[in-house]
Structures are given as C-alpha cells and as structure tokens.
Design a protein around this ligand. Structure first.
Ligand code: F6R
Length: 611
C-alpha cells in the first residue's frame, strides 16, 4: 500500500514528485524517497518518516533534473528505516526502482543474486531484489526496457514497479501486476503514479494500466506493451473528480472506502500466509509445537475495536486449541496484577501498534515472563517492535478514525492462529483444518457479494437514523459482534447505543424495552438460532422494533422481526467476518443522515498514545 510517482519532461522532476507524494501520503507514510539523474549521475535521497522529513533532508538542493521517481512507503518487508525506504538502487548504482506490492519469491532471487553475482544487500526489503535483479540483467542488455522485461519474467507476486537507469536518462519503465498503476499524459511531459490524486494538479488525461502490462515513458511518448510484449493502444480516461474525491477513489468518505476494501484485506491477510498446500506459513513467527503445547493460558489484550476482535479470538482459540483464553481491555489488565508466567501466551491486538494502554499491558506481561505475540497493522510500530512475534494484518493504511477493515483482518488472524495452533497441538485434525481453510477462502467473495446489498442498509438507516438509543443483542459469537456494532454506531453517529448478550437481557436490561425501542438482533449462529428467536419474541412482546440479521435461508425469524438483513450462508464460527459489515454500514449511513463528521468523529483520534 505504498504511493509511487514518476516524472519525465521539461520541468524540474523533484518539485513535481514531492508534490505528488504529498497527495499520496494517505497510502503510506513511514518513509519516503526520491531518485533523479543529475548531470549523468543517478542520485537517491530517502528518509524514514513522512514527506516532511524527506524535504528536510533535501533542504535547499534544487536536485535539478528532468527525470525522477519518488515513493512514500507503508512497510511490509522490513521495518521503516532509511535503508528500507525506496527508491532502491542496484549495486553498481546504475538503476533505481520504486515498488508497491510484494515479491513472493524474493528469498530465492536474493540467494541467487548473492551466490552468483556477489550482491551485498543493504536493506531487508523484497523490493531491493528488484533493483539488484534489473541491475545485473542491465549489465548485459544495456537496455532498461529489455532488462525490466527479463526481470519481471523471474518474479512472482503483486507489484507496480517503476525503474530508471543512469545511462538512459530519457526513459522511465513501469510495470503492473495486481497493484495500481496509471500514466498521466502531459504536453512535453509524462507522469506515472499509483493513484490519480498524485497527478490531478498536472494532468486530467490518464491511461489506466492493466495487469501484466509494461509502459515505456519518454517526455514525448508513452508506449504500452501487453504481456506478450506487443505494443497496444489504450483509450484515454478523462478524470473529472476533484482531488478530495480522488483520494477516496470516488467514495464519499474514507470509512466507506475502507468498508469496501474488506474483501481485499481478508484475502491478502489469508493468502499471504497460505502455502500451495493450504498450510498456514507463520514465517517470521517462531512458535514451536513444544511451546504451543506448553501454554497453560492465553491472554488477549487490546482496546476498543481491537478488543472486540479479541472476544472472537477467545471463542475460536478455546474451541480449536482447547486452552483457556482471557480477553481484557488493556487499561484494566495492567493494573490488576494479572496471573502471568512463562507458560502464558500474551496476544496484543492493535491496528496502529502505538496504543499506549496496549503497549503498557504488553510490557507488564513481558516483565512477568509471558511469550508476546502481537497482531498489528502498522509494520515496525512500537507494539510490533516490542513483541517476540508479529502476525501482521494486511488491511493497508486505515485512515477513517472508526476502524473497519482492521477489525475484519484482525479476525482473520485470530482464525489463522487458532487453526495453526490447533493443528500443531493435535486438538483439530487435518480434515477439519482443510475444510475450515476452504471456508475462509470463500469469505472475500461472499463479502463482495454481500456489499452489493449496501443500498438496503442505507434505506433502513434513512428510516431509523433519528432514534435516541439503540440496543445490539446476540449470543455466542454474535454477542461479540454486537459489541463492535454498538461501538461503531456510537462513535460516529453519537447515538447512545448498548450491546448485551441476548440471554442476559431478562436479568435487568429488558426493563428499558418500550414500544418502538430499536434493537438490532444478530441471529447468525445456527446452533443458537432457536434461542435467539425466543429472545426476540421476549422483546417484541414489550413493543421493541427489531432489525434482525440472519443467514440466508433462516427465514422463520422474519415473522418476529420488523426488518431483516440476510448475510450469505457460512459456517457459524466465521460469520463475524460478514455479520459485522451490515453493522458498519448501518452506523455509516445513520451518521451520514445525521450530518456527522464521519471520518473524524468528535473527541476521537486515530491513534491513542496517552493513558
Ligand atoms: C474504534 C477504534 C478504536 C481502536 C482502539 C485501539 O473504531 O478505532 O476503538 O480500535 O483505539 O486502537 P489500535 O487498534 O490502534 O490499538
């Protein structure tokens, strides 16, 4: 999820690139860099931190050049650092590249480059492999386009790559596979970028580059090649969006964009750790079978939405790994002298990896001898750095304050950890595991399908947006999801909402049910379905207005509810991956009707680094 920009033309490349990168900082912001060719020499400047740090590094240097490439990074391989920042250069200093994506076979390519070409790698990134590989090929071919073609033939993965060569300062070569890439068409200048916002100030005419296409840019001409390296024609796309809409890729708010990015986040989080036999590969995590067998207790500790992901984690780990799991909010855990020892696995969940309460709880657990594993979205963040092992979510940068795609990818990590530990420990067998993985693999597509129903939820929200309070109820995993649905609604719409396990209602809270009270009832667990129907009947008898969420086919519940939302059929354990989405959408559309500042709700911050 990095931002990339390249320029070739009559103006000074550095100024255009820095300006473009600033428009892309929302894609990633842990380090940035630029490469140009000045007076026949390739120069690279890069720095950890945002674009402002790069500007400080450049200072007054005009970096005069008509060609350049620039990058703002969202770390995947290797923590944010000066050396891991892009552009990466080849060993002979002749080639510079920027990259967005992942090179799956980087390890074998790296070994080969070290063994056969004596390459000394400077960074921990998969991206440097691209620079070194093109560099080695270029020594023979002396042609940037041919060298990129040859390098791409050796690479597996998802990428958008832009390359320049010291000896050919009149061309830029870019290639795309499963990562965004566009070309901007100027007059006597051409541009390449990951996203439209980077170029909007300069051009409105764009080529949208497709998968497996390569582009050769000079200042006068843009040539596109298909996967057979044949030249092709592309229709010009005229951009009519303004800069703000372009950043959100046409969505009205980042929150909505991020809700729609969930199928991709789920598929990335799952598939990046699955090998070709469907086996979970915990590369970078050193949990051994003996250690897994030794754990007598697991704590999952987090805050807010991440804590709610932990509630699902508890359920699934206890079921599959048969070990007691306690879930706690971080601000409570650290002050209650928790029972932690060297047989404890402590799992911290955090999108930002900078939440102070979570970090403090982690330190507390570590000091008592626990093994610390974190589930984190931001590579190289404090929680990640201080953990023994890190299981990264692949949600990409989350901009909206209300967390959505981080939550569902955190859930995916919980399922994968539970399956991995269960199989190692022998508490589940291979058939069960394989079927579970197959079911998880179907979820991105099912979610994609479900998102087509968003307009139904928008209609419900338009009718219900002016309620003063809302209750969320469910049983088992549905109860865990209710908490998240309730938090989403209150934080962005400021409605007083409350979540409770449905079976617990009758022990007090049912006193609040009155004619018209809005209750959102989740009934997505087949084995608890009948019990939920009874709970719904109890509140209907008090006049509540019930919007129920159930799996396709469970239609009998409709008789007892005022509104129904159906989610696709899937195994009970993984329904939270979808059942939370109508709740996210409901919160979003209610907040929109109420005219709230959806991406930046009052009193809240994206990363809470105070106690
Ligand atoms: C709610 C939300 C917060 C965060 C919480 C933890 O939408 O975003 O509740 O989940 O502040 O933040 P991280 O996950 O960054 O530790």
């Amino acid at each position: 999820m990095c931002g990339i920009v390249g320029y070739i033309g009559k103006d000074n490349a550095k100024d255009i690139i820095i300006d473009g990168l600033k428009k892309l900082e929302y894609r990633g912001y842990d380090s940035a860099g630029i490469a140009i060719v000045r007076d026949g020499k390739l120069e690279i400047k890069k720095h950890v931190g945002g674009i402002a740090n790069l500007e400080n590094l450049i200072g007054d240097d005009p970096m005069t050049s008509h060609i350049g490439i620039g990058h703002t990074r969202w770390a995947t391989h290797g923590a944010p650092s000066d050396l891991n920042a892009h552009p990466h250069g080849s060993q002979d200093g002749k080639i510079a590249i920027i990259h967005n994506g992942i090179i799956e076979n980087y390890h074998e390519l790296k070994e080969e480059l070290i063994r056969e070409h004596n390459i000394k790698f400077k960074s921990e990134t998969d991206s440097e492999v691209i620079a070194q590989l093109i560099g080695v090929i270029y020594q023979e071919k002396k042609d940037l386009l041919e060298s990129v073609f040859a390098a791409v033939d050796r690479m597996r993965g998802a990428y958008a790559i832009v390359a320049i060569a010291e000896d050919e300062p009149d061309k830029i070569v870019a290639v795309r596979k499963d990562a965004p890439l566009i070309v901007g068409l100027g007059k006597g200048s051409n541009f390449v970028a990951s996203d439209i916002p980077a170029l909007l100030k300069y051009v409105k005419e764009i080529y949208l580059i497709e998968n497996n296409e390569t582009v050769l840019l000079t200042s006068e001409k843009v040539t596109i090649f298909d996967e057979n390296r044949e030249e092709i024609n592309r229709e010009v796309f005229h951009v009519t969006w303004d800069a703000d809409a372009a950043e959100k890729e046409g969505y009205e708010h980042f929150m909505l964009k991020e809700i729609y990015e969930q199928p991709k986040g789920l598929s990335e989080t799952l598939n990046r750790r699955l090998d070709e036999n469907g086996k979970i590969n915990l590369e970078g995590i050193t949990l051994t079978k003996a250690e897994i067998e030794k754990f007598s207790k697991i704590y999952i500790v987090a805050c807010g939405t991440a804590y709610h992901a932990g509630l699902v984690g508890k359920y699934i780990i206890e079921k599959l790994v048969r070990v007691p799991v306690e879930v706690d909010v971080a601000s409570e855990f650290r002050y209650r002298d928790p029972l932690v020892d060297e047989n404890t696995l402590f799992i911290a969940i955090s999108q930002s990896g900078e939440t102070l309460d979570t970090l403090a709880a982690l330190r507390e657990a570590k000091s008592k001898g626990a093994r610390v594993l974190s589930v984190v979205n931001v590579v190289g963040s404090s929680v990640a750095r201080e953990s023994d092992d890190v299981f990264y979510t692949w949600a990409g940068p989350e901009i909206a304050v209300a967390s959505t795609k981080a939550y569902t990818t955190q859930l995916m990590c919980m399922y994968m950890l539970a399956l991995y530990m269960g199989l190692e420990k022998g508490t589940i067998d291979r058939d069960y595991y394989d079927q579970f993985i197959r079911d998880l693999q179907k979820m991105p597509e099912k979610l994609e399908e479900f998102l087509k129903k968003a307009s139904q939820i928008e209609d419900e929200a338009k009718q219900l947006y002016n309620r003063e309070q809302v209750f969320f109820i469910g049983r088992g995993l549905d109860s865990a999801v209710s908490y998240e649905g309730s938090l989403k609604l209150k934080e962005i719409s400021y409605i007083n909402s409350f979540a409770i396990a449905a079976g617990e209602l009758k022990h007090g809270t049912i006193a609040l049910m009155e004619p018209g009270t809005l209750v959102i009832a989740l009934a997505c667990q087949d084995f608890l379905y009948e019990k939920m129907v009874s709970n719904i009947q109890e509140i209907k008898a008090r006049g509540a207005y019930v919007m129920a969420i159930a799996k396709d086919g469970n239609e009998s519940i409709a008789k007892h509810s005022d509104k129904m939302i159906y989610i696709p059929e899937c195994r009970d354990e993984i329904t939270p991956l979808i059942s939370v989405v109508p709740l996210q959408l409901f919160a979003y559309y209610v907040a929109k009707e109420r005219g709230c500042n959806i991406d930046k709700p009052k009193n809240l911050a994206k990363s809470v680094t105070v106690e």
